[in-house]
Design a binder for this molecule. Structure first.
Ligand SMILES: Cc1cc2nc3c(=O)[nH]c(=O)nc-3n(C[C@H](O)[C@H](O)[C@H](O)COP(=O)(O)OP(=O)(O)OC[C@H]3O[C@@H](n4cnc5c(N)ncnc54)[C@H](O)[C@@H]3O)c2cc1C
Length: 310
């Protein structure tokens, strides 16, 4: 175990005790975490990780909490947030070197402005670089994995650079989930002025489609379920289309609702609890299984839950 005094002495950044996770998740849901750690810089973050590992205290890194459902009973151990400690980036020629805490929309916008392609379609994804690499975030035909050339992780207390070839990426999957991602190098493609107009049009159209199809005015965590592969799902329908076909749009449990605009989104209409969201998840899974014989799998990451309800 670790005493609060010891932790406060060791970490130069901010340490909050019993911090409500709903303040740090896009869904605005979640009970308290024992220690919420916002390290001052990279060295401070590495020190926090080393301390937690030495004391066998469970910890988890989070970015902007845009893909998290946190239990109402909270999280035992520590949550380490990366935005301040790992929040710097630089661009040289066509190479982006970025800390894991940098927001994806920031680098997507900046690199596009410099006529560097590869991230521009990801501008609407509200996570950090670390979360995006851990999840292999993607949209509109682009995935983070297609530009990553190297990733720096913390392994056995030491920073270690691993090359793209050593990492397994799949659909919303990377072999780095569960690691401590410190940062990454990405190789981008320089495009011409003529190409710029075409890409800009595609980028704007994608952002507009999002604003129309996604319930962005309510707190949410993006797509709740992964889209099943064609082998798993001969109907070819997306998770959202199947949930919609089951007539579940607008279904409420407590303060949570299956979005009326996008059935793969669950929104917090004000005072939703994680238990409400979990009930909707269970209903959607059960109904899709009955109607399509497809077992939906979660895309959102659960934090603090001892077991999945269904
Ligand atoms: C409105 C909306 C739209 C979205 N659209 C998309 C979309 O189009 N495509 C898509 O792929 N996703 C989408 N998402 C989901 C989400 O934004 C992405 O999964 C994003 O990559 C998560 O980043 P984050 O920093 O918020 O991670 P968090 O939600 O904080 O964490 C997610 C996972 O990443 C891990 N993680 C975070 N940082 C690190 C790190 N430094 N080291 C190791 N592990 C880390 C966490 O431990 C956790 O397992 C959307 C979400 C919202 C709310």
């Amino acid at each position: 175990m670790i005493s609060t005094e010891e932790l406060l002495d060791a970490i130069r950044g901010q340490v909050l005790l019993g911090e409500p996770m709903k303040e740090h998740t896009a869904l605005k849901i979640g009970g308290t975490v024992d220690f919420y750690v916002d390290p001052l810089d990279r060295e401070d973050l590495c020190r926090a990780v080393a301390l937690f590992e030495a004391r066998s205290l469970p910890y988890m890194l989070i970015g902007r909490g845009s893909n998290l459902l946190v239990d109402d009973d909270g999280v035992r151990g520590a949550v380490i947030v990366t935005s301040r400690a790992l929040g710097k980036y630089s661009i040289r020629k066509n190479t982006l070197t970025t800390g894991a805490g940098v927001p994806l929309p920031v680098i997507a916008e900046k690199t596009f402005a410099l006529s560097l392609g590869g991230l521009e379609m990801l501008q609407g994804i509200p996570g950090t670089v670390g979360g995006a690499i851990a999840m292999n975030a993607g949209a509109h035909g682009q995935e983070v994995s297609s530009v990553v050339s190297r990733v720096e992780i913390l392994a056995n207390g030491k920073p270690q650079v691993i090359s793209r070839e050593e990492i397994v990426f799949g659909y919303r999957y990377s072999s780095l989930e569960g690691c401590v991602i410190l940062g990454a190098e990405m190789k981008l493609e320089r495009f011409s002025n003529a190409e710029r107009d075409r890409r800009d049009r595609l980028r704007r159209e994608a952002l507009q489609r999002r604003s129309i199809s996604q319930p962005l005015s309510w707190p949410n965590a993006g797509s709740v379920f992964r889209n099943p592969s064609p082998e798993e799902n001969p109907s070819g329908l997306s998770a959202g289309q199947m949930i919609d076909a089951c007539g579940l749009k607008g279904l409420c449990r407590g303060g949570a609702m299956i979005s009326e605009s996008h059935a793969n989104f669950i929104v917090n209409t004000g005072d939703a609890r994680a238990a409400d969201v979990m009930e909707l998840i269970c209903v959607a899974k059960e109904r899709v299984w009955k109607m399509f014989g497809v077992s939906l799998e979660l895309e959102v990451r659960l934090l603090g839950f001892e077991k999945n309800c269904c």
